[in-house]
Write a protein that binds this ligand. Structure first.
Ligand SMILES: *[C@@H]1O[C@H](CO)[C@@H](O)[C@H](O)[C@H]1NC(C)=O
Ligand SMILES: *[C@@H]1O[C@H](CO)[C@@H](O)[C@H](O)[C@H]1NC(C)=O
Ligand SMILES: *[C@@H]1O[C@H](CO)[C@@H](O)[C@H](O)[C@H]1NC(C)=O
Ligand SMILES: *[C@@H]1O[C@H](CO)[C@@H](O)[C@H](O)[C@H]1NC(C)=O
Ligand SMILES: *[C@@H]1O[C@H](CO)[C@@H](O)[C@H](O)[C@H]1NC(C)=O
Ligand SMILES: *[C@@H]1O[C@H](CO)[C@@H](O)[C@H](O)[C@H]1NC(C)=O
Ligand SMILES: *[C@@H]1O[C@H](CO)[C@@H](O)[C@H](O)[C@H]1NC(C)=O
Ligand SMILES: *[C@@H]1O[C@H](CO)[C@@H](O)[C@H](O)[C@H]1NC(C)=O
Length: 496
């Protein structure tokens, strides 16, 4: 595979290196933070202030008849299922010609009473179809032949009606006819467009208006999810109407607070025997990860270089996982198991979603875009704003009575459990339920601690960055408890 290298002379932010069509969500995050934490990155890291009030009259358009047009009869290579699926575009800016692609899997049962759950992946620049829908919590996974699908028994549409959004424009099938939009991306525009998407989507699917609504996501969606939630809350308040009935958010292995996220990462490397105590000490002494730090000392640079060599051959997003050795598709599907994640899955999904028959069935790429569908975007050129922390938003949700859950797959080294614990600790929340193991199927699913407020922190034992890929049963149990608002079970009895 050809290695592409974009470079920047003007100190603007680019999404750097990517092997085409195997650029991983987490890789994207690593490159982004390498740039973000440098001097003159050009990224505005000030706190998220919210987005302009969306004038509903100009942004909300009639959607009659579009829902039925979006119905997906059957995906190519799909096993029989009983729930309905939809896919299509929602225009978020008419004059620019900007439209976001969604895929919606209704609940397998009780779709009328189950909540609506929006799932977002991170990057920035990665697709919720690539990861969330096709490799993590969606109803299907792609076989190694790149053209047939098999069922995910632990799909989250066992617990909710699940909506996947490719966001912002330039990611996956989402696009803009005004290409300069691709260098004007950032957290604020992502939140604004996602909000406009949602209010229009609810016009298209009016039976979900007023339904209990939750947003979940992982990785850089640690920014997207709270920022969209904040936008929803502030529009509800400004209009004095429950435009969107937001009840809670859940983020996993999420970027929350830059300084502690980075310090916690080195801590994790040290305590998982990936780097030496000496190098860890040197980092501790010579690096400044505070949000206003610019250049680092030579000692710091030397130490981080050693770290990079030490972790080079690992999948740092799941430090115990096998690597993808043969990425070639196979003529016949390899035997696949939901409980045993295939590290080459990105390649299968890439092949599947680039098939013309699949795109037609999904109502995707209707304008014949000039680039491939990619799991992480090659065409976003610049990211303009990315606050150094989102903790003020989490505190806002707690004081507004929203449910806030933060989970962490404990074998991820990129946004590891230590980072998340340190980031939560910066909020100094009083403890409501002290640390204890939580159980699923008679085993420890992970550990949890509940803070007054209400914030639940939960680890998922044996899961990497993409928690539902590695621990699908535990992940389904976690999301079910989150949606029910019930505490994770503290006993191994009655939890099969
Ligand atoms: C983008 O341009 C194409 C071709 O002109 C058009 O068919 C499409 O509707 C436009 N997209 C939006 C969202 O306006
Ligand atoms: C964004 O791209 C457009 C053309 O694609 C260019 O005219 C504009 O100067 C670019 N803006 C920035 C901030 O790089
Ligand atoms: C908002 O609604 C509440 C309760 O219905 C009402 O008391 C209040 O006056 C409203 N505020 C505005 C600004 O409309
Ligand atoms: C840098 O930020 C920290 C808080 O993150 C603050 O205490 C410190 O004074 C700042 N230093 C400078 C030089 O602005
Ligand atoms: C940062 O760079 C400036 C000049 O480029 C230099 O004077 C300063 O010592 C550097 N700071 C550190 C911590 O190396
Ligand atoms: C994978 O495909 C490439 C080119 O299509 C071929 O050269 C290579 O031998 C294949 N590798 C395996 C392990 O089949
Ligand atoms: C869209 O379709 C065109 C023409 O078939 C194809 O070349 C392109 O790779 C597709 N792009 C995406 C994003 O699916
Ligand atoms: C376990 O959880 C239940 C229900 O949440 C609670 O009533 C009980 O006190 C807990 N037991 C212990 C030992 O914490």
């Amino acid at each position: 595979m050809e290695k592409r290298l974009f470079s920047s002379l003007l100190l603007v932010v680019l999404f750097l290196v990517g092997e085409s069509h195997c650029k991983k969500q987490a890789e994207q995050l690593g490159h982004f933070y390498n740039v973000k934490l440098k001097e003159n990155s050009g990224i505005d890291t000030s706190l998220f202030e919210g987005v302009h009030h969306v004038k509903r009259a100009s942004k909300v358009h009639p959607q009659e008849g579009l829902k039925e047009k979006d119905r997906i009869d059957r995906l190519p290579g799909q096993p029989q299922v009983k729930f309905s699926q939809y896919g299509g575009y929602v225009t978020v800016d008419k004059s620019a010609g900007r439209a976001l692609y969604y895929y919606f899997a209704e609940a397998q049962k009780s779709k009328e009473s189950f909540p609506l759950l929006l799932w977002l992946n991170g990057g920035p620049g990665c697709s919720s179809l690539a990861y969330g829908a096709m490799q993590e919590l969606g109803p299907f996974r792609v076989h190694s032949d790149g053209k047939t699908l098999y069922k995910n028994l632990y799909s989250w549409n066992n617990a909710a009606n699940v909506l996947f959004l490719e966001s912002p424009a330039g990611v996956g099938f989402s696009y803009s006819n005004t290409t300069s939009d691709y260098n004007e991306s950032g957290d604020r525009k992502t939140a604004e467009d996602s909000y406009v998407f949602l209010v229009n989507w609810l016009e298209r699917f009016p039976e979900y208006k007023g339904r209990d609504f939750y947003i979940a996501g992982e990785s850089y969606a640690g920014h997207y999810v709270p920022q969209l939630a904040h936008t929803i809350l502030s529009h509800n308040k400004k209009t004095n109407m429950t435009i969107i009935n937001l009840k809670g958010i859940m983020i996993g292995n999420a970027v929350i607070n830059d300084e502690t996220d980075v310090r916690g990462m080195y801590e994790y490397f040290k305590n998982h025997a990936l780097i030496s105590y000496e190098v860890a000490d040197q980092i501790q002494k010579s690096c400044d990860f505070s949000s206003n730090a610019s250049n680092q000392s030579d000692d710091c640079d030397a130490a981080t270089q050693v770290v990079n060599q030490n972790i080079y051959y690992l999948d740092i997003y799941n430090i115990y996982a096998p690597l993808c050795v043969h990425s070639n598709l196979t003529a016949h599907p390899k035997r696949a198991s939901i409980m045993n994640f295939d590290p080459c899955s990105d390649y299968y999904v890439y092949a599947y979603l680039n098939r013309p028959d699949v795109q037609e069935a999904m109502h995707a790429n209707v304008t014949k875009l000039g680039h491939d569908w990619e799991p992480c975007s090659d065409i976003l050129q610049k990211w303009n704003d990315s606050p150094s922390t989102v903790t003020p938003l989490l505190q806002e949700f707690m004081s507004n009575g929203l449910r806030v859950w933060i989970f962490s797959g404990d074998t991820d080294g990129r946004v590891p459990v230590t980072s998340t614990q340190m980031s939560i600790n910066t909020m100094n929340l009083p403890i409501k339920t002290p640390w204890h193991a939580w159980f699923h199927g008679g085993e420890v699913g992970g550990y949890t601690q509940v803070y007054k407020g209400d914030l639940t922190f939960a680890t998922v034992r044996g899961a990497g960055h993409q928690v539902p890929s590695y621990q699908p049963k535990r992940a389904l149990s976690l999301v079910s408890h989150f949606l029910n608002g019930s505490p994770l079970p503290n006993t191994s009895r009655y939890t099969n």
